[in-house]
Each structure stands twice: as structure tokens, then as C-alpha cells.
Design a binder for this molecule. Structure first.
Ligand SMILES: [Zn+2]
Length: 294
């Protein structure tokens, strides 16, 4: 008999719901899924790391670095569940042999990088500082109103004030936790999931070419129906960004994946109609296609 899925991405993954899903997944897929080190947010919430697979080659996957894009948490949890399930049955998954792949690779998944932001975007918490334009629904910064994706120590001085990159580089706990994982685990590549555009940002002109960046980006574009973005030219647009910092620090590929092609899709609708807005049938393979491109 088919067992009922644990992950249902059609409802928003709040902080509590995420912790609960991770616990249940690890329990069901013992040996394949485990919990790694846990970080802490500025408002004191845990940032759980989920590790899938037993392989030596490590890939880093991040979701919800911007709170309003919480659909990416559901996306990563669902990937974890389907991959783990598939590794236990001989059927294959979109042409991939997960049993074999998860012996070679491990996916280090941070489904909820910015838990405070997700809680705020869902109307369940408030940030420490609110400007006049505060709107929970479109909120993307952390609990201290800093945009984590502009807080990394890469050309940080060039971050324009309106991008809200914080008082200094790596000023935020969430940023420092993500950096510490990268330092510790020597990931071969990183994928940070966002929602708007149905495209992949894969190169910036400050870092220039990074080995395998084009191979990874083109494989995802071909295999998962996402557009390739042009190289990010302006320093102000890539300064402080996670993926840009990763390229700079490790000279390895790091992509920003915008999962939802309809840029006007409301954040809650993209979640309620998950399969349609994320084009799940194609995008479910992104981490697998990326691993194969390396
Ligand atoms: Zn974003």
C-alpha cells in the first residue's frame, strides 16, 4: 500500500510546520535523511539543516532566504521526500537512479534559511524595525529588517542603501550560519531558490567565469524549462549576494534559481497552486540535473 506523503507544499510551510515535516521525514527515511547542525535566527528560531544521501560529493540547496518566497521551502521539502522515496524503489525518478545518485552525492538542504522572515510574511511575527512602507505580505528581510541576500561579504560596500544589506557585511546570524556551513562542508556547488522569473542567474561580471557554471546553468535550462539570465553586469546588483559571495570565495558554481515563471503570481497563490506555478513536473529535477552537470 502507498504511504501518504508527509510533505504537502500547497499549504505554506510555517516555522513549526517545517520543523515537524523534517522530523517526520527523518524518521521515515532513516539512513537516507538526517538532521545536520542547526543555526539560529536573529529572533531566536532554529534554522534546520536536512542532509539527504550518503555520498561524499556535497551540494548545497537553500530555500526562503527571502521570506515571502516561502513556496521554495515546500519545494525543497518535497524534493527531499520524493528523492528519498525513490531511492527505496527501483523505478527511477525522471530518468535518474536515485539509489545510485545518493551513494555518490549528498544534498545539504536548508529549506528555511530565514525563518523569521517567513513568519513575518505569513503574518505570524513582526520585525524589530518597521519602516512606513512595511507590508507583511511582501516582506523579504530578516527579523532585523536586513536583506540577507545583500549581507554577504562580497563587494559589500557597493550595496546600495535601498537594498538593505545591513550595517556591515555578515552582520546577521543567518548569514554567518550559512557561511559557516560552506566553510565546513566544501560544497561543490550551491543553488539558492527564489521565485520570480522562471530563470537562472548563473554568472556575474565581477567574478567572471567559474568552472562548470555554464554547464550547470545550461543543463537546468534545457532539462527543467527555465530561461538563462544574462550575466549580471552591475556591481550594485550582485554586491552582498549569497551566490556571488560563494563564487568569489570558492570559485565554484552557485546559481540563483527563480522558480515561478509568472512574475505577477501572488506569493500565496504560487503556494496554493504549487504544481502549476512551480511547473513541478520539470523543476522537480533541478538538483539532480545540477549534480549530473558537475
Ligand atoms: Zn528573492
Amino acid at each position: 500500500m502507498e504511504r501518504k506523503n508527509i510533505v504537502d507544499p500547497n499549504y505554506p510551510y510555517t516555522y513549526r510546520r517545517t520543523l515537524c515535516a523534517i522530523k517526520r521525514l527523518v524518521c521515515r527515511y532513516r539512513g537516507l535523511l538526517r538532521i545536520g547542525e542547526t543555526g539560529s535566527s536573529e529572533q531566536g528560531r532554529n534554522i534546520p539543516l536536512l542532509i539527504l544521501g550518503t555520498g561524499k560529493r556535497k551540494l548545497f540547496l537553500l530555500g526562503s532566504i527571502h521570506g515571502r518566497e516561502y513556496v521554495t521551502t515546500g519545494y525543497l521539502l518535497r524534493c527531499a521526500e520524493e528523492y528519498a522515496h525513490s531511492a527505496q524503489c527501483p523505478k527511477g525518478y525522471g530518468g535518474f537512479d536515485l539509489q545510485k545518485l545518493l551513494l555518490e552525492y549528498s544534498f545539504y538542504i536548508l529549506p528555511l534559511c530565514n525563518p523569521d522572515s517567513v513568519e513575518i510574511a505569513l503574518g505570524r511575527a513582526l520585525p524589530e524595525h518597521r519602516d512606513e512602507a512595511f507590508c507583511a505580505y511582501t516582506y523579504k528581510n530578516n527579523g532585523r529588517n536586513v536583506n540577507l541576500n545583500a549581507n554577504f561579504p562580497f563587494e559589500w560596500q557597493a550595496v546600495p542603501k535601498e537594498r538593505q544589506g545591513g550595517d556591515f557585511a555578515a552582520s546577521e546570524r543567518e548569514t554567518r550560519f550559512i557561511m559557516s556551513l560552506c566553510e565546513k562542508h566544501s560544497f561543490e556547488a550551491a543553488l539558492s531558490f527564489h521565485t520570480r522569473g522562471g530563470c537562472v542567474f548563473w554568472r556575474d561580471s565581477v567574478n567572471g567565469l567559474v568552472p562548470y557554471d555554464r554547464e550547470m546553468a545550461e543543463s537546468i535550462s534545457r532539462g527543467c524549462n527555465l530561461k538563462l539570465c544574462p550575466e549580471t553586469k552591475e556591481k550594485k546588483d550582485c554586491a552582498g549576494g549569497f551566490e556571488n559571495w560563494f563564487r568569489y570565495r570558492y570559485n565554484r558554481p552557485s546559481l540563483c534559481v527563480e522558480l515561478v515563471s509568472d512574475e505577477t503570481a501572488p506569493f500565496d497563490l504560487a503556494c496554493r497552486e504549487f504544481e502549476r506555478y512551480t511547473d513541478w513536473e520539470r523543476t522537480r529535477l533541478i538538483p539532480l540535473v545540477s549534480a549530473k552537470a558537475l
